[in-house]
Design a protein around this ligand. Structure first.
Ligand SMILES: N[C@@H](CCC(=O)N[C@@H](CS)C(=O)NCC(=O)O)C(=O)O
Length: 213
């Protein structure tokens, strides 16, 4: 049975899609239109009571929260496709650590920038230059930590590509694209090399192609 991914026009759904491609799991996308408020319809709230995307349905099983979905598929298909969890307990701990860093340190300031710069018209908020400045400073400090880390290992959790790297793909793609902050990546040598490497993976190129249609 093919996995259903409800999204797909949102960064968190792209995170799930790239994981499924890496794990060689077949899926189809079910469009849910955030702009018309479809994600708050009673039917959709039965799947995701908070009215947020993405959600997957795998047979009778329903799961939401993109990073929970990543962990689920990485474990369920551990020996299929790319191993995204690490081999030793220590590597696995580091994957989980950097996955948390992505969620709690990296994403919040970048999401603020995205809201302010790309989505302010949709979100009904007035662009606030002070919020943009502070968010950029915060994100810069996070990227300085990444620069140190990536000067000693090829990927975030070690010398292997993992969920920790994969989770960064969708929002960083917006960051270097429509948010206009590519220089924050380029001016950090190791972060820049890491981004070039992870964003050239065939799995990510495939997702970009899927979402461009
Ligand atoms: N922590 C959630 C965040 C999901 C999220 O922010 N989804 C956005 C779209 S990318 C959304 O549904 N926004 C509409 C809303 O929450 O009302 C996850 O990782 O799945």
């Amino acid at each position: 049975m093919v996995v259903k991914v409800y999204g797909p026009a949102c960064a968190s759904a792209h995170r799930v899609m790239v994981c499924l491609v890496e794990k060689e799991v077949e899926f189809e996308t079910i469009p849910v239109n955030i702009l018309t408020g479809e994600h708050k319809n009673p039917e959709f709230l039965k799947l995701q009571p908070f009215g947020s995307l993405p959600v997957i349905q795998d047979g009778d099983y329903t799961l939401f929260e993109s990073r929970a979905i990543l962990r689920y598929y990485a474990e369920k298909y551990k020996s299929q496709g790319t191993d995204l969890l690490g081999k030793t307990m220590e590597d696995q701990g580091l994957v989980q650590q950097w996955l948390e860093v992505e969620a709690h340190n990296f994403q919040p300031p970048l999401y603020n920038l995205l809201r302010q710069i790309m989505l302010s018209s949709h979100c009904g908020i007035t662009r606030d230059e002070q919020v943009i400045k502070e968010s950029e400073e915060k994100l810069g400090k996070v990227l300085d930590v990444y620069e140190d880390r990536l000067s000693e290992s090829r990927y975030l959790a070690g010398d292997f590509f993992s969920l920790a790297d994969l989770a960064h793909l969708p929002l960083t793609e917006y960051m270097v694209g429509p948010v206009g902050k590519a220089y924050m990546i380029k001016e950090r040598k190791h972060v820049s090399a890491w981004w070039d490497e992870i964003s050239s993976r065939p799995s990510w190129k495939k997702v970009l192609e899927m979402i461009s249609k």
